[in-house]
Ligand binder design. Sequence first.
Ligand SMILES: [Zn+2]
Length: 385
Amino acid sequence: MKTEALYDTDAYLRVFTGKVISCDPCTFKEENCYKVVLDKTLFFPEQGGQSSDIGKIDNATVIDVQIENGVIYHYCKTGFLIGEEVHGEIDWHHRFNNMQQHTGEHLFTGVAHNIYGADNVGFHLSDNTVTLDLNIELSEEQIEIIENTANELIAKDIKVRAYYPDSEALSRLNYRSKKEIEGAVRLVEIEDVDLCACCAPHVRSTGQVGLLKVISFGKYKGGTRVYILCGMRALKDYNRRMKLLSASYQQLNCKEDELPEKISGVLEENRQLKYRISDMIASQLQNQIETISPDLKDVTIFIDGIDAKNMREGVNTLMEKHEGLCSIFSGNDEDGYNFVIGSNTRDCSAIVAGLRQLLSAKGGGSKQMAQGSILATRNEIENVL
Ligand SMILES: [Zn+2]
């Protein structure tokens, strides 16, 4: 026996009375619960990319709702007696929120279809995200035009209705549909804007969508994936972004509009400081090199924060005075070291090969000079050298 879907005829009903047809213990997402079938229900099951309604049947929490061959299964935290009369109540806040997102999707796709001939090839509506996939690539400007047009249609508060046309009327209608539908086709119409086959609950007029905002979009499988938010979700997201923005400009002590310029300034200052630090470390290295006794054959210097160019220059200076192995390691024990080694008498590429073998170093070079990186402590490196 199929379950009578009460949400099909009235998307605004919140409570209903039904009779328990079956109730079997089961597990859902590793939780023990009951799989309950009623003769009728207001709970919209997960389908067409949209997550299910939640709510209560008597005192039992309904955590998920699924549909198989027209039978709707409620996953409930507690069980019922077969034949028992029960009272169901859907979580209206959750449902209405979904109705806003879903109707927004019809509006966006309908407009994209009318203006650019785009077809919807995918839709996902969960508690966190709303994505829709269109089969053509859209530019930023085109997305903006669709978003603006959709919001103008929201302001016009156009009637949205769902109905089942007879097969003759259906054959004369030009409607959008994602797949071939078996059985009666339920059409959702936004007057003069969109006609689409769909089984979900929608708001009764576009004004109730409130607001449609594109959050992001990008190329996807030869078309475009668009992330949208509608109604209260859009407002919530706006508030979240406002908080992030105000935290940022307060921290940088500037006005909102000055933020990009201010960040550029901070980044540039940071770059300049890095150059200055690098110069200071380079002259520190040169000083250190000058204090080393020319009698030493091999020299190894450990220093933090020096770039590859200055390391090479340092090794070249060392090689003028020391005939053995001259090496400079930059870094620390925790993050590892970059290194440059040079020698007029020894084979540097062979030494790096040894470091690769013993300390899993990376790198290589010529007989005279080699470079690389190594994730080891100073002690370990000195022992190997
Ligand atoms: Zn729909």
